[in-house]
Write a protein that binds this ligand. Structure first.
Ligand code: UDP
Length: 239
């Protein structure tokens, strides 16, 4: 096995929120730090595909609450994920690792179109593949897209990063002081308890297809490298 968890190919979901370092936009130091950790894992032999969120720029649901048409707001959200993808690509390549961005919305000047079989070929060659623009469809989230992309490129697990929370809890730890963190939980339990840390659609897709998910926090030092390497952090969600 390439790494501690025996996972050869993983889909890493990076929450967009951290890319901004707490602000709107991109904090190059933060993205560089994440890129270095990804490069470490790739050099150790893990095949890494990435879905990047866009919460540091725009969230469609928030824009639509303030009067924008939901679909258009969601497209703005998706374009934000492409900006994050290009930033991440730049910093990973500075580490000497080849990368490809594949966008679900065609924009040939900056990214390949989403072609799953080509993505798998890139991964076999040791390239990092970054999926931008989500699913290219409004009303979806990058969490759900992560599960879908992981299934389509035959990843062994989805590594779902979160900011502000370090795993799956019995209730929202930001509002409920009695919340306890699970080391592992089934998709069924997570869905029945209505735990909102990850979209229900993403949980359901993984459950139906028996694809394991690890939910972990971005806040700990080196957490991306640790989860890629197979250290037991966060919560394992399983079928
Ligand atoms: N989005 C979308 N379809 C997708 C993926 C994303 O419409 O397939 C939009 C949606 O508006 C979302 C925004 O892009 O709010 C940014 O993604 P997300 O909120 O999932 O980012 P994260 O919270 O992970 O940073």
């Amino acid at each position: 096995p390439a790494s501690g968890h025996g996972l050869k190919r993983v889909l890493l979901k990076l929450s967009g929120e951290v890319f901004g370092g707490g602000k709107i936009g991109i904090d190059p130091d933060v993205v560089n730090g994440i890129a270095k950790q990804i490069a470490e894992a790739v050099n150790e032999g893990v095949e890494v595909a990435i879905v990047v969120g866009g919460g540091n720029f725009f969230r469609g649901a928030e824009l639509s609450q303030r009067g924008m048409e939901r679909s258009r707001a969601d497209y703005i959200g998706m374009l934000g994920t492409v900006m994050n993808s290009l930033a991440l690509q730049d910093f990973i390549e500075k580490q000497g690792i080849e990368t490809r961005v594949q966008s679900a919305i065609t924009m040939g000047q900056v990214a390949e179109p989403y072609i799953p079989r080509r993505a798998m070929r890139h991964l076999e060659k040791g390239r990092v593949v970054i999926f931008g623009a989500g699913a290219g469809m409004p009303y979806f989230s990058t969490d759900t897209v992560s599960a879908q992309r992981a299934l389509e490129i035959k990843a062994d697990a989805v590594l779902m990063s979160k900011s502000g929370v370090d795993g799956v809890y019995s209730a929202d730890p930001r509002t409920d002081p009695t919340a306890v963190k699970y080391d592992s939980v089934t998709f069924d339990e997570a869905l029945r308890m209505g735990l909102k840390v990850v979209d229900a659609a993403a949980f359901a897709l993984c459950m139906e297809n028996r694809l394991p998910m690890i939910v972990f926090g971005m806040e700990g030092e080196g957490n991306v490298a640790r989860v890629l390497r197979g250290e037991k952090i966060g919560t394992l969600v399983h079928a």
